[in-house]
Ligand binder design. Structure first.
Ligand SMILES: [Mn+2]
Length: 317
């Protein structure tokens, strides 16, 4: 049974794509099972409930040498702790290539589209397999989630086409209403602890050139996408404390937490210290006031934040 899993701090794409890819592989004769590498965010339980699907089981470790399939990530810092000891046989992903290496030839499918599920739809077509309604619903939800219903600059025509094709199969007549219900569920954070909010959509990235070790910095980048930014920003003090804690705990050079207003397509980033303030100023030209920096319409970590930081920390030769 081939374990299939998405990144730690899973989002809807990480969960939905693991479920759909495991089923696709199984239909193709490769027995596979979806897992998750962490607790669900607030959006995914809504998606799973509407789809009538149980959450995949939590996976905390696997013996060295186990064959695995990755979806929606490829960097070891975002995967099982001992990924380098596992045998990665398949990857379906839409992120930049990180430190992935494989001991054996593997099936690798990377495409610069807005969502892993968009690639999975193509894999169904290439295999000549029809999409089951439940898989259509999961893939559609993942695309809406990752692209913020096409608001994100990561959106491609392929993602739009995927939603158009999947909606009738999923039995969703009003895609706009469904997307808004997903975002409302995601924004209903209740009295969740600040540390949990920070880690809900949080990724650790090594920046700089590994050939020049003194240039390498490790940063934690959290994002809270919400239709109610006022609520999140109202908890700024607690969130900054949680960021300070994460920096120490993970041995990071810096931590950023972006509060993304989904409907207004706006990024307000919490600024922990002078280190982050300097980097935000020199990378994005963004000044800091009252512990917050206005990053304007840079709402995509993948497309607008990470590449800029990568360039900033990589020494020019
Ligand atoms: Mn994704």
């Amino acid at each position: 049974m081939l374990p299939v899993f998405g990144h730690t701090n899973p989002d809807t794409d990480a969960i939905a794509s693991a479920l759909v890819y495991a089923r696709l592989l199984t239909r193709q004769g490769v027995e596979a099972q979806a897992y998750r590498l962490g607790e669900l965010n607030f959006e995914t339980p809504y998606v799973l409930r509407e789809a009538g699907v149980a959450a995949p089981e939590l996976l905390t470790d696997l013996p060295a040498g186990t064959a695995v399939a990755l979806v929606d990530h490829n960097e070891s810092a975002q995967s099982l702790a001992n990924l380098s000891e596992l045998t990665v046989t398949r990857v379906v992903d839409h992120h930049k290539l990180g430190d992935l290496t494989t001991a054996q030839p593997a099936y690798l499918r990377f495409e610069p589209v807005g969502c892993t599920a968009t690639i999975l739809l193509a894999l169904h077509r290439e295999a000549g397999l029809t999409v089951e309604p439940v898989d259509a619903r999961l893939m559609l939800s993942a695309v809406l989630s990752d692209t913020l219903h096409f608001r994100s600059p990561t959106t491609t025509p392929r993602d739009r086409e995927a939603v158009e094709v999947l909606a009738p199969v999923a039995g969703i007549a009003d895609v706009e209403a469904y997307a808004l219900a997903m975002f409302a569920a995601k924004s209903d954070l209740g009295d969740t602890a600040a540390g949990t909010l920070l880690r809900m959509d949080y990724k650790v990235f090594p920046f700089g050139d590994p050939a020049t070790p003194q240039s390498v910095q490790t940063w934690g980048l959290g994002v809270i996408e919400t239709t109610n930014p006022g609520y999140v920003l109202g908890r700024q003090t607690e969130l900054l404390e949680a960021m300070d804690h994460a920096r120490a705990e993970d041995g990071l050079n810096g931590v950023l937490l972006s509060v993304v207003d989904i409907l207004r397509e706006h990024n307000t980033t919490l600024v922990l210290s002078a280190t982050e303030e300097k980097v935000l100023r020199e990378t994005f030209g963004a000044g800091t006031q009252g512990g917050r920096a206005d990053l304007g319409n840079r709402i995509s970590r993948k497309k607008q934040i990470v590449p800029a930081l990568e360039a900033y920390f990589t020494p020019q030769s």
